[in-house]
Design a protein around this ligand. Structure first.
Ligand code: NAP
Length: 292
């Protein structure tokens, strides 16, 4: 290859060809970002761990923080907060993705959600940004029961949640991270593609809570409520009215049974089965996560 050809390719590809890249990880202290950062480091990449309080300051709602986070990175993992389908996600993801491309960050992976129509603007924005993009659409995370707002209820012995008896193939967010780091590789073949991933088994929330209960040896009950009742309770906890309204709509649509099927993305990308919920429940119980 001539030097000119090499330079042209270097402009169009992250500086890696399978070797070390500098990867900006947004939401780097969260359920997926933390594990994406760990998996990227294990794969030999240099990680920029970004969030509002992270080593690299990054705020989706403050575009003045974006340039320093992006400049010099080869690739970026984008997890929009509070949700990929939240109002304004399309505009923010699009603006960030275009800035990333302008700064030479060619490889972008957007975390999205299976069956979430509200995520379409963010997905379209990253597709139209000019980046070499991949959208990873995940099912409901197992770690929603061990980290974040639902943990308190689990510890108190009662998960109140608007999921009825719907079936969901809970995915371990370590599998999301492994998929993200694999598809980020310049020669992975996943640029320009949507990858749908899920866990290996359908469980209702009642089943999932029962598995945690069995693993911990403590009684934990599942109490299904309507999305409206749940939204009302969120507002009582100080969640802003607009966000609570969005979440009600999200739960009413996304927990209506549309996601009660398995996706093959983990096996396709990683060549192995996704981790089972039972493994997650056992490990987290042993770690004492759900102790009262
Ligand atoms: N939960 C699910 O089952 C599920 C399924 C599919 C897709 N998703 C998508 O997953 C994403 C959430 O990812 P996650 O669960 O890994 O995150 P998470 O556990 O909720 O953690 C939030 C992370 O984002 C940072 N953050 C919060 N607000 C921010 C802001 N305004 N600007 C920049 N960073 C901010 C937090 O750190 P700081 O506080 O330091 O900023 C933290 O690192 C959403 O886009 C959601 O739609 C979720």
């Amino acid at each position: 290859m001539t030097e000119n050809a090499l330079n042209t390719q270097q402009l169009n590809e992250p500086q890696s060809n399978g070797q070390s890249m500098t990867v900006l990880v947004t939401g780097a202290s969260g359920k997926t970002g933390r594990r994406v950062a760990e998996a990227a480091e294990a794969a030999g990449h240099t990680v920029r761990a970004a969030s509002r309080s992270g080593a690299v300051r990054f705020d989706w709602y403050d575009p003045t923080t974006w340039e320093d986070a992006l400049r010099g990175a080869d690739a970026a993992y984008l997890a929009y907060m509070p949700d990929v389908g939240a109002p304004g996600a399309g505009e923010a993801v699009g603006a960030l993705a275009r800035q990333a491309v302008a700064l030479g960050v060619r490889r972008l992976v957007l975390l999205s959600a299976r069956g979430e129509d509200q995520a379409e603007p963010a997905e379209r924005a990253v597709r139209e940004s000019g980046a070499r993009w991949t959208v990873v659409r995940a099912s409901w995370f197992a770690q929603n029961l061990s980290e974040g707002p639902l943990l308190e209820g689990m510890r108190a012995g009662e998960l109140v949640f608007p999921a009825g008896e719907v079936l969901e193939p809970f995915i371990d967010s370590r599998d999301i991270a492994d998929v993200v780091v694999e598809v980020l590789r310049p020669d992975s073949g996943y640029a320009g593609r949507v990858v749908e991933i899920s866990g290996p088994r359908l469980l209702s929330f009642r089943d999932a809570v029962a598995e945690v209960s069995a693993a911990t040896g403590r009684e934990i009950r599942y109490v299904p409520v309507s999305a409206r009742e749940y939204g009302g309770a969120l507002a009582g906890y100080g969640v802003p009215a607009e966000e609570a309204e969005f979440l009600i709509e999200l739960f009413e649509t996304n927990l209506d049974g549309r996601n009660a099927y398995l996706s093959e993305g983990v096996r396709e990308v990683l060549g192995r089965a996704p981790r089972d919920f039972a493994e997650f429940a056992r490990e987290q119980a042993e770690a004492g996560v759900w102790k009262a």
